[in-house]
Design a protein around this ligand. Structure first.
Ligand SMILES: Nc1ncnc2c1ncn2[C@@H]1O[C@H](COP(=O)(O)OP(=O)(O)OP(=O)(O)O)[C@@H](O)[C@H]1O
Ligand SMILES: [Mg+2]
Length: 256
C-alpha cells in the first residue's frame, strides 16, 4: 500500500491546499498514482484548484461519511485537465455548501469510517501516495487525519505565531507516534536569508525541512484557480515544490 501523508498547519491560510494540490501534480507527473482527500470539511476548497469549483459534484466525502454512498462514488479523476494519464490524480472532495457544512458540524461523523476509507482507497486505487488536505488547528478531525498518516507535513509562514503553533503541532504528532514528520516554510520573502532560515528551523524543530517555498506574486495572482506547478513550472515556487514532492516520494515509501 502507498503512503498516507497529511498536510497540516496550526494556523489557517498558510498555503496547505495550494501546496497539497501542487504536490499531487508533481508526484503524478513522475508517474505516481496519487489520491487527494479533502478532510477540511468546515472550509473545503482544494477541488477549486483542480477546476471543479463550479462543477456539480454528485457525491462528496460528506455523503460517504453520512453513509449515503460508497467510497467509490466521490472519486473524481482530475488528470486530464493537467495533461496526465487517466487515474493519475484521484480527488475525493468535500462539499462546499452551507447546508452540507452545518449538517456535518452538527451531526458529526463516524471518525473510524474516514480512516477505513483512506486505507480502502489507497488499496483499491493502487495509490503510491495519498495526500490529505486538512483543516487548520487541532481538532478531532485533524487529530484523526494525523493519526492515520504515515507522514505529516507541517507548513508555516515566517511569522512568530506560526512558529509557536508549529511546535505544538509537532509535539502532538510525537505523542500520536506519527512515523515521519517534515516541515515546509511557505511565503518566504526573498529578503530573508533562506540558508540561515533553514538552519534556524532545523535547530528549532529537529525535523527535515523539505521546502523553503518563496512568496510568489504569480501564485497569489493565480487565486487558487490553477495548479501553479503545471501552469508555471519554472517559477521558483514550482521548482521548490517539485523538490519537496520528490523528497516525499523517496522518503515515505511503504514496504508493506
Ligand atoms: N508561496 C506563496 N506565495 C504567494 N501566495 C501564496 C503562496 N502560498 C499560498 N498563497 C496564497 O495564500 C492563500 C491561502 O492559500 P491556501 O488556500 O492554499 O491556504 P490554506 O492553508 O489551505 O488555507 P485554509 O487554512 O483556509 O485551508 C491563497 O490565496 C494562495 O494563493
Ligand atoms: Mg485549505
Amino acid at each position: 500500500m502507498g503512503s498516507v501523508i497529511a498536510i497540516h498547519s496550526f494556523r489557517g491560510g498558510t498555503g496547505k491546499s495550494n501546496l497539497t494540490a501542487n504536490l499531487a501534480y508533481c508526484c503524478a507527473s513522475t508517474g505516481a498514482h496519487v489520491g487527494v482527500v479533502d478532510t477540511d470539511i468546515q472550509s473545503p476548497g482544494i477541488h477549486v484548484l483542480f477546476g471543479l469549483g463550479n462543477s456539480p459534484m454528485k457525491y462528496c466525502l460528506n455523503d460517504y461519511l453520512k453513509g449515503e454512498c460508497t467510497i467509490n462514488d466521490p472519486i473524481y479523476d482530475v488528470s486530464s485537465k493537467l495533461s496526465l494519464p487517466p487515474k493519475s490524480i484521484n480527488l475525493i472532495p468535500s462539499r462546499l455548501n452551507a447546508q452540507a457544512i452545518v449538517g456535518m458540524l452538527k451531526e458529526g461523523f463516524d471518525v473510524q469510517k474516514l480512516s477505513t476509507a483512506v486505507t480502502d482507497l489507497a488499496k483499491k486505487l493502487e495509490l503510491d501516495v495519498l495526500l490529505i488536505d486538512t483543516h487548520p488547528g487541532i481538532e478531532e478531525d485533524t487529530l484523526l487525519s494525523i493519526a492515520m498518516s504515515d507522514a505529516l507535513v507541517v507548513i508555516l509562514r515566517p511569522d512568530e505565531q506560526d512558529y509557536l503553533g508549529t511546535a505544538v503541532t509537532f509535539e502532538i504528532a510525537k505523542r500520536m507516534e506519527v512515523p515521519k514528520t517534515f516541515l515546509v516554510a511557505n511565503r518566504v520573502p526573498s529578503e530573508l536569508d533562506s540558508d540561515y532560515f533553514r538552519t534556524k528551523l532545523e535547530e528549532t524543530y529537529k525535523v527535515p525541512i523539505i521546502g523553503i517555498l518563496p512568496f510568489s506574486y504569480g501564485l497569489m495572482m493565480a487565486q487558487s484557480k490553477e495548479i501553479y506547478c503545471f501552469t508555471s513550472p519554472k517559477d521558483p515556487f514550482s521548482l521548490a515544490t517539485r523538490t519537496a514532492a520528490e523528497y516525499i516520494l523517496k522518503n515515505t515509501k511503504c514496504t508493506n
